[in-house]
Design a protein around this ligand. Structure first.
Ligand code: ASP
Length: 307
């Protein structure tokens, strides 16, 4: 099998690669270049989604189309693919490899993208593997921070909410380890704290972090508030979910106590943890962040297809 450039997890990126990707994404913002690159004409992307998605799937499909390629796929692979007949992920990937030039996979199981990459004869992009990782979200998060704050080094970043099941938090924490003098503040209810394997990695990499249940600690210190949804669908019981829900809500009152130079990010969808009244504030960067997903994913597809 040919060697391919897969996107499987956040730890695979070093700083040089990240900076290169951000520069490519900035280049992709120029609409004049869309649909003009002959390298992608006739290339086919398959999007294979076993879990629900709005932004990730549609921005990947839009990215491929903007580059001039084509898209096939299924948004409900759990029901509308042969998985329901008992086909293994490996077999599905082997087959789909023969039909396309790149596969974007979202799956319920941690490690699914790695399994897929072992049998795929095309690049695999991990678009979320259960409660594991979501590396392409972390890339667009960092790209957004760089655009909004003008830098990444030296920032204090508070990650708030469901840090156990929130895969975007895991990937973003890993990726931030590439930058200098980062401080991470993990704000969560006690039953959904940041996993110890993420903390071990940060310790190995020498990244400063602290944990708290108190939202107020973040308001004065953090330049970036990374708010997240409590991942209701991943809890073992509704009682555990109830313990975590509704604890941290960004509203007008919180805005009035946040730093003037801070920004609010959220991977979205939101489920009540940012009040709509916040949207008009210039620090609310989450819709701009989602738009950046298109540019980052165009840059990623370019990288994978031209490796
Ligand atoms: N859209 C993100 C994800 O797929 C965040 C979320 O669902 O809360 O992980």
């Amino acid at each position: 099998m040919t060697a391919h450039y897969h996107i499987l997890g956040a730890k695979q990126f070093n700083r040089t690669e990240l900076e290169e990707l951000f520069d490519s994404a900035a280049r992709m913002e120029d609409r004049e270049t869309w649909n003009t690159d002959p390298r992608f004409a006739g290339k086919i992307m398959t999007t294979l989604f076993f879990e629900s998605s709005t932004r990730t799937r549609l921005s990947f499909e839009s990215a491929m189309s903007r580059l001039g390629g084509k898209v096939i796929g299924t948004e409900n692979a759990a029901q509308f693919s042969s998985t329901i007949k008992g086909e293994t992920l490996e077999d599905t990937i082997r087959i789909v490899s023969g039909y396309s030039d790149i596969i974007v996979l979202r799956h319920t199981d941690i490690g699914a993208a790695e399994r897929a990459a072992k049998v795929a004869d095309v690049p695999i992009i991990n678009a979320g593997d259960g409660a594991g990782e979501h590396p392409t979200q972390a890339l667009l998060d960092l790209y957004s921070i760089r655009k909004e704050c003008g830098r990444i080094d030296g920032l204090t970043i508070a990650m708030i909410g469901d840090l156990t099941y929130g895969r975007t938090v895991h990937s973003l924490s890993y990726m931030l380890a590439n930058f200098q003098n980062i401080k991470l503040l993990f704000v969560s209810p006690e039953n959904v704290g940041i996993p110890s394997y993420v903390k071990h990695y940060l310790e190995e990499q020498g990244v400063a972090y602290s944990e708290t249940e108190n939202f107020e600690d973040a308001l004065q210190s953090a330049e970036v508030l990374y708010q997240t949804r409590i991942q209701k669908e991943r809890f073992p019981s509704i009682e555990e979910y109830r313990k975590a829900e509704g604890r941290y809500i960004i509203n007008r009152d919180i805005l009035s106590r946040m730093r003037k130079d801070s920004i609010i990010l959220h991977p979205l969808p939101r489920a009540g943890e940012i009040a709509p009244e916040v949207d008009e504030d210039p620090r609310a960067a989450y819709f701009r962040q989602a738009q950046n997903g298109l540019y980052i994913r165009m840059a990623l597809v370019e990288k994978c297809l031209t490796f």
